[in-house]
Design a protein around this ligand. Structure first.
Ligand code: PXP
Length: 265
């Protein structure tokens, strides 16, 4: 299998869900996540990621159709493993699909998918989506049991949940940062050894650290791991864009990833 990304930097998947969150706050058409996706591609996004939730709290069905028509880079459709979502994905046929766990009460995707605990269901979904021409990724924690189950389920990719590491970064908890980063690295290596493409995402930010630290940000620390083929980033990138604009925000996240892989640049 040919892995995505380059040795110099992982590919950047820009998640545009929270442009839709802002739009939906007023119920109108502005700001339009599809316009944001087009601008993101112009600014260097390699992949456009979105999560169509069961409750349609941000991205909506008509956004998905418009994204499919307007976006020239691969679309990464994040969805729960439900009959409704599998049917929609089969109609839309995005290049990539990332299967995620979903709970209505959660503010964001809190944990990884329990692939081992619902193995047959996930395996069937992987086969169905592969038949629809989609590259399937499973969003899981860096847990050897889940990584091994993902490989057996027939998914060519996993995305490791970086939320615990990103939270430790915000809390400046050095011990937790070190242990979470190690857990991620071990998981990435295990995934690669099992023949999987290994991606990462959730909660990653670009944020100046008040004290000296080997990495400039949570994004830099994860991007520096050579096994990371793609990073999928949403909330903090759209938040950063409020201050510097979407074009500059994408440039900042990309530069952070390149610098992390090439420390002398
Ligand atoms: N990857 C996956 C699978 C996700 O579900 C999400 C959140 O939708 C992200 C990455 C991006 O997380 P964040 O918005 O915290 O950057």
């Amino acid at each position: 299998m040919i892995f995505a990304g380059t040795p110099n930097a992982p590919l950047l998947g820009v998640n545009i869900d929270h442009v839709a969150t802002l739009r939906n706050a007023r119920g109108g058409r502005f700001p339009d996540p599809v316009t944001a996706a087009q601008l993101a591609v112009e600014a260097g996004a390699d992949i456009i990621t979105f999560h169509l939730r069961e409750d349609r709290r941000h991205i909506r069905d008509d956004d998905v159709a418009r994204l499919k028509a307007a976006v020239q880079v691969p679309l990464n459709f994040e969805a729960a493993v439900t009959e409704e979502m599998l049917g929609l994905i089969e109609q839309v046929r995005p290049e990539h699909v990332c299967l995620v766990p979903e709970r209505r009460q959660e503010v964001t995707t809190e944990g990884g998918l329990d692939v081992a605990g619902q193995f047959d269901r996930v395996k069937d979904a992987c086969a169905r989506l592969a038949a629809a021409g989609c590259r399937v990724s499973l969003f899981i924690g860096a847990d050897p049991v889940q990584i091994e189950a993902s490989a057996r389920a027939g998914a060519p990719c996993i995305e490791l949940h970086t939320g615990a590491y990103a939270n430790a970064w915000w809390d400046q908890d050095s011990a937790l940062m070190a242990s979470e980063l190690q857990r991620l690295q071990d998981g990435l290596r295990l995934g690669r050894a099992a023949g999987l493409q290994t991606n990462a995402g959730h909660g990653l930010a670009v944020w100046d650290h008040p004290a000296p630290h080997p990495f400039a940000s949570s994004t830099a620390a994860v991007a520096a791991l050579p096994e990371v083929a793609e990073l999928h980033i949403g909330h903090a990138l759209i938040g950063h864009a409020l201050f510097v604009g979407l074009r500059q925000a994408i440039a900042d996240f990309k530069a952070e990833a390149v610098r992390a892989r090439n420390p002398r640049r």
